[in-house]
Design a protein around this ligand. Sequence first.
Ligand code: SF4
Ligand code: SF4
Length: 356
Amino acid sequence: MAEVFFLPVEKAATPRKVMFKLLEELIVEELFAGCNTVAIKIHIGERGNTTYVHPSYVAAAVSWLRERGFDAFVTDTTTLYVGPRSTAIGCMEVAAENGFTLESLGAPFIVADGLKGEDGVLYKCEWIKGHVVEIARAFYEADAILVVSHGKGHGMTGFGGAIKNLSMGCVTKATKRYQHSPYRPFLAFPELCTGCGECVKACAQKAVTLVEGKPVFRYEQCISCGGCVVRCPTHALAVPEDAIEEFNRRVGWVAAAVVDAFRKWRKPVAYITVAEQITKLCDCVPKPNEIVARDVGFLASTDPVAVDSASIDLIEEYMYPEYGGFANLNGVDPKLHLREASARGAGELEYILVKL
Ligand code: SF4
Ligand code: SF4
């Protein structure tokens, strides 16, 4: 059973002390022995979001690594949806706006999947049929990886932490699209459609047009974001009944593929999760996000499933009663994607919590 180190928020002092303590407990110096370049995978937060992991924690990790002779860089990937972070240029602008600068971090921020989110290394695994996972190239080229995640709710996976950071955060647009594609909208109730065109306006991808007053989808452009479904005032649109389950299965499968690739490529990986400013939705939301729990603290492990499983259990203890747990928060079982990842060797749901 994997150990998960937990530093409660009451015992946390400065970001430097928090990160140094966790990296030492994980014995990262030994884990990364013989490595030179370390990729620190973060989520930089959408433009307008305020609850992503604060740059001071990332800067502390950079300091710890640099003081021990590692060459660190900070990284994230482009988004699938059209928006401020869908290219490397946009990502770098938003990273700087959100405080991830060379000056604040002590290391450069580099986009992992190239200028347009298409630069990756293919990794074939037996449990994914009809798609070859494409891992963002920077992770292939780095010697070791430190995944720093924000523990919070997520509209489509119930919880977003390390597994989500691997599955969606460490891959190119092609593999992001593969995971999202089950969530494909269609006109389920033509009799309810008034031809108002709200679905067309909702789609930044320009994947919907009205033909004779009814929506027609260009699925090759659709990224399955669900925006049109939510926006339709008469609920004429829907996604397939098992879309959420299939999406979560794919998230788990891809995370397991990324973990498997890192093992085969002999890249040691450590995971730190910051369970502060715990929000209902993910850090892609372009505005301040609803806080649903008291700050919990900081978790660390070498097992991404265990660190997520422990984060969910702990955060639920600290969640404000009116939200009623992660499953209730967004109507999605928060451990579904973890079970899928675990069943394919990414880690264990059971863990030993070591309180620091
Ligand atoms: S938003 Fe709904 S009602 Fe309006 S055109 Fe689209 S499908 Fe029809
Ligand atoms: S789900 Fe709807 S809004 Fe989103 S990309 Fe597809 S057609 Fe556009």
